[in-house]
Design a protein around this ligand. Structure first.
Ligand SMILES: Cc1cc2nc3c(=O)[nH]c(=O)nc-3n(C[C@H](O)[C@H](O)[C@H](O)COP(=O)(O)OP(=O)(O)OC[C@H]3O[C@@H](n4cnc5c(N)ncnc54)[C@H](O)[C@@H]3O)c2cc1C
Length: 219
């Protein structure tokens, strides 16, 4: 998982809603191949960043990982509805891997302005895969309304935090004082299909309404 920065030439502001994705266009044999990538940064001038995973033998991710600083890529404008729906309501964000990207954008954009009440449950395989860890830890210390819960599936003996898959920490992330509090929480889920489907199943079992579960699947 790597962090990439881009600049959009010729505009002062690159406009998008945090949580949206752009599409990268790769020209291959006279055809255009496109893939979606969630913006990982807050709104800031004409720059944006992506958080990318190199899929072995993947067409567009390999193309992106072969880019050198200064290279240009074509993109389609930002799209998508995986955005903070009700900034006033408590939210739980659940991500694995590069599924963290849209949440980083939402958090860095919204926390300094409206301080939404958010718990971020972020799962990766290895501790050094916890991209943006220091940044989220700082936000956790800075904003009483934000809680960061990283979990590792293959921890080293030095890791003292949560272990196992995000699915096993849903109740702790929800931390509902009473079951009726369910109606006051929205859960946002982002990552690969298998995790997203598992989490949705777990939430429905706990009585969550479909409207309260907002998700983005990467595959
Ligand atoms: C809305 C949206 C947002 C996305 N945001 C991001 C993002 O922020 N960062 C990011 O790295 N990717 C993101 N993706 C995934 C991305 O669009 C591509 O699917 C991914 O880069 C693989 O494309 P490729 O051309 O390299 O691989 P392809 O040549 O299309 O081959 C992909 C094959 O690998 C499998 N696969 C294994 N791991 C993955 C994986 N992690 N993602 C997708 N397919 C996988 C697929 O099932 C498929 O069979 C997003 C997808 C969607 C739909």
């Amino acid at each position: 998982m790597h962090h990439f920065e881009f600049e959009v030439p010729g505009v002062e502001h690159f406009s998008f809603t945090p949580g949206q994705f752009i599409s990268v266009i790769e020209p291959v044999d006279g055809k255009e191949i496109t893939r979606a990538y969630s913006i990982a940064s807050p709104r800031s001038g004409n720059r944006f960043s992506l958080c990318l995973n190199h899929v072995p033998d993947g067409i567009v991710s390999t193309y992106l990982f072969e880019l050198k600083p200064g290279d240009e890529v074509d993109i389609h404008e930002p799209l998508g509805y995986f955005t903070l729906r009700h900034p006033g309501r408590r939210a739980v964000f659940i991500a694995t891997g590069t599924g963290i990207a849209p949440f980083r954008s939402m958090l860095l954009d919204h926390l300094p302005r409206t301080e939404p009440r958010v718990t971020l449950l972020f799962g990766v395989r290895y501790e050094d895969g916890l991209l943006y860890r220091t940044e989220f830890e700082k936000l956790d210390a800075q904003y009483p309304t934000f809680r960061f819960m990283p979990t590792i599936t293959r921890p080293t003996p030095l890791w003292t935090g949560l272990t196992g898959r995000v699915q096993t920490h849903i109740d702790e992330a929800l931390s509902l004082p009473t079951p009726d509090e369910i109606n006051n929480v929205d859960v946002y889920v982002c990552g690969l299909k298998e995790m997203v489907d598992d989490v949705r199943k777990e939430l429905k079992r706990r009585g969550f309404d479909r409207k309260q579960i907002i998700y983005e699947k990467y595959d």
